[in-house]
Ligand binder design. Structure first.
Ligand code: FAD
Length: 420
């Protein structure tokens, strides 16, 4: 045969794969195979390069998919435990807002270095430019092969992540490998992603930002809502509050998606009657042009679009606006509607919803129930988290658990460098 043989092979040098490899190196020879030319590409881009690596508020309510089974893993990996893990490995965390945890120096590179150090200092090997296309069981080994060669290992950790952001490593390769081993994959859709609106509505607003409350509606019901900064991208609406709603959009049926609408409340802290009163007061000015009525209240691009939608042809001066017109403007400020045409797609998404059902792995070890000796981690599993560090928390928890379980199965006598 001639190809290298290892105790452990990890497919994917991303968040969960590197966390797992840091465990398996303590129990035997380890190779990490990475399709891209360098490890941790996505990790370096997380949190705008600052890496929102966890959240102090981790709890099952912040996760979607197979949450009940996932909660058994989350219980074992509290945020405190993971902070301790990082601290023990020389990385101090800091909380910025809403429980979001970052490396103290606010650099994703420091997280990647920490993970690589745990692997390489103990003799683990990271081979980049090695996309794995096939896994076969042969003579007590699992053989992994692809255009760059073949590797044999006794135990394999499938840490290929999901399809979000292909330039950073997003791919369905992990799903395909899992399926080839007998696993199912649930319906997949991009999540934590911008949503698109018709071009004629999106283009005039390109570049505007507004602090707002945004809700997603179908004809029958309000589906989800969130508050924060809405960014108007020229194709649609983006920003954390939109990301938060995007999962609920992905869950709608095709028929519901066709009638989905955003309602953007541009002055969420001001009651409907008070908005009208503010407008009436501004409109009493003898010199304020009608076109500029909202310029002192809203983003100016947004202000113009609200006026256009509410009144159409404007008089010259604001004081010429009649009460029903002011009332229509106030209503638009509280409920500015946009039909939703879709998501901005995998390229713009931060995570993948769907994946391998947790019922197909043993949640106490993450070993596959379909293919013993193979473990699954991270986004490849049917669990995804809210925006705010929850996805990386899941990646660390599952990576550490799979790595430790595979290591213990290979060598129960190892003295581990930390408790999990
Ligand atoms: C722009 C962006 C910003 C984000 N910011 C945050 C954030 O701040 N906080 C947060 O919690 N989450 C964030 N996320 C989500 C988070 O990065 C992922 O949930 C997490 O990285 C998933 O970890 P993973 O190990 O499952 O997969 P990944 O980290 O994606 O790693 C998978 C690796 O496997 C490799 N691979 C895939 N298939 C193969 C194959 N067949 N052979 C060899 N290698 C393969 C890929 O190239 C990749 O390097 C962000 C995502 C994006 C896209």
């Amino acid at each position: 045969m001639g190809e290298a043989a290892f105790e452990f092979a990890i497919i994917g040098a991303g968040a969960s794969g590197l966390a797992a490899a840091g465990e398996t190196v303590q129990a035997g020879s380890t190779v990490v195979l990475e399709a891209k030319q360098r490890p941790g590409k996505k990790l370096l881009a997380t949190g705008n390069g600052r890496c929102n690596l966890g959240n102090r508020n981790v709890s099952p309510e912040h996760y979607h998919g197979d949450v009940q089974r996932a909660s058994r893993i989350l219980e074992r990996f509290s945020p405190e435990k993971l902070e301790q893990f990082w601290r023990k490995n020389g990385l101090l965390c800091r909380e910025l807002d809403e429980g979001r945890l970052y490396p103290y120096g606010l650099q994703a590179a420091s997280v990647l270095e920490c993970l690589l150090r745990r692997v390489e200092r103990r003799g683990g090997e990271v081979r980049c430019g090695f996309p794995v296309e096939e896994i076969r069981r042969e003579q007590g080994f699992l053989t992994l092969s692809g255009p760059s060669g073949r590797v044999r290992a006794r135990r394999v950790i499938l840490a290929c992540g999901g399809m979000a952001s292909p330039p950073l490593g997003g791919t369905d390769a992990g799903c395909r490998l899992a399926q080839s081993l007998g696993h199912h994959v649930t319906e997949l859709f991009p999540t934590l992603v911008a949503l698109t609106v018709p071009p004629e509505r999106a283009k005039p607003l390109k570049g505007a930002r507004s602090l707002a409350e945004i809700s997603l509606w179908t004809k029958a019901r309000g589906v989800a809502s969130s508050r924060g900064e809405v960014q108007f991208t020229g194709e649609g609406l983006s920003g954390i509050c939109v990301f938060e709603i995007s999962r609920a959009y992905g869950e709608l049926s095709a028929a519901e998606k066709r009638e989905a609408e955003f309602s953007v409340c541009l002055m969420p802290e001001v009651g409907p009657g008070d908005v009208f009163a503010l407008l009436r007061s501004a409109a009493s000015s003898p010199i304020l042009p009608a076109q500029e009525l909202l310029d002192g209240m809203l983003n100016r691009l947004v202000a113009r679009e609200v006026l256009r939608a509410a009144v159409g042809r404007l008089p010259e001066l604001a004081r010429e606006l009649r009460p029903p017109q002011l009332s229509a403007i106030a209503a638009k400020i509280r409920d500015f509607r946009f039909p939703v045409t879709g998501t901005a797609g995998w390229g713009a998404a931060q995570a993948m919803a769907g994946g391998v059902p947790l019922s197909e792995v043993d949640v106490s070890t993450l070993e596959s129930r379909r293919c013993p000796g193979v473990y699954l981690t991270g986004e490849l599993l049917n669990v995804d988290g809210d925006c705010g560090g929850y996805n990386l928390h899941w990646a660390w928890a599952t990576g550490l658990l799979a790595g430790r379980s595979a290591g213990m199965a290979a060598d129960p006598s190892v003295r581990w460098d930390h408790r999990i």
